[in-house]
Design a protein around this ligand. Structure first.
Ligand code: PLP
Length: 284
């Protein structure tokens, strides 16, 4: 595949960075994943805004404007094959001359971009969609989860824990037994027809898929939405549970810790929400 590194495009095999890069040594960087379907991006601007916010939060000066990123992404998509591509963008603080914690001055950030294959949208009918099996565990990550940091070890360890149990994802809860998110997704529950998701504070990544779903549902108005704390008791008693992300869109969860969610089938609210999402996602 063709990737972008620092100032140009090249085959992935030719892309090399210094072992002193702080992305490598400290996980000191910010990343994004933007889904594209047949060349059309979903949520490009909110994704880039989140990246700019993350870079500002960790004091990396943005090296490219929105227009420049847009052009880079277009060229990257032209250079790579595939109908369903995730655009992976990463900016690390760059390579210093020594390993030292303080942010170095006058170091150029390392900019990297590649495409990754993503699965085409899952079946839109509840009867055909595959339900996810998830497990649960206490969220052991840091208190700055709103930053899309490349330091993903906490998320990776949680995902692995679920993966080793045969789970597709793992739901996380805080010390007060409230749902935060999942290891690589946001989480929603549905109870009595109401779609409910946790508040986007420092305990979760403000997912763009989450944001689009909330906006699309609010504009449509036929499905009520609440953004508030969600206890794990509510999760276990929910009629439906979903996990959302750029690569999985809205995935219905049909089993949690081996117990069925609702009636164990993919739900009707999921089907309605997924149809609305599919109809409106390119508007963002
Ligand atoms: N939460 C975490 C921890 C994630 O890593 C991700 C994305 O991969 C999400 C939520 C979903 O975010 P988005 O919808 O922007 O992909």
């Amino acid at each position: 595949s063709i990737v972008f590194l620092n100032d140009g495009f090249m085959p992935i095999e030719e892309a090399k960075i210094s072992p002193l890069d702080r992305g490598f040594l400290f996980g000191d960087g910010i990343y994004e994943v933007i889904p594209t379907y047949n060349g059309k991006a979903v949520g490009l601007e909110p994704h880039m805004q989140r990246m700019f916010d993350g870079l500002a939060a960790i004091g990396i000066k943005s090296t490219k404007t929105l227009a420049e990123w847009r052009e880079l992404i277009e060229q990257l998509l032209e250079a790579n094959e595939g109908d369903y591509l995730g655009v992976y963008l990463q900016v690390s603080r760059g390579a210093d001359v020594k390993r030292y914690h303080a942010y170095p001055e006058n170091v150029e950030p390392t900019i990297f971009a590649m495409t990754t294959a993503i699965k085409p949208a899952i079946a839109a009918d509840a009867s055909a969609a595959k339900g996810f099996s998830v497990s649960t565990t206490e969220d052991m990550r840091w208190k700055r989860c709103q930053i899309k940091s490349t330091a993903l070890l906490g998320n990776v360890m949680h995902f692995q824990q679920g993966y080793e149990n045969g789970s597709d994802e793992i739901l996380l809860y805080n010390e007060n037994n409230f749902l935060t998110e999942a290891s690589s997704s946001n989480a929603f529950i549905v109870k009595d027809g109401v779609v409910i998701t946790p508040i986007a504070d420092n305990q979760i990544l403000p997912g763009i898929t989450r944001k689009l779903i909330l906006d699309i549902l609010e504009k449509d108005g036929s499905i009520p939405v609440e953004v508030r704390n969600v206890s794990m008791e509510e999760v276990f008693n929910a009629d439906e549970v979903w996990v959302t992300s750029s690569s999985k869109e809205i995935a219905p969860v049909t089993s949690i810790d081996g117990k069925v969610v609702g009636d164990g089938k993919v739900g009707q609210v999921w089907e309605a929400a997924f149809k609305l999402y599919t109809a409106h996602k390119y508007e963002y």
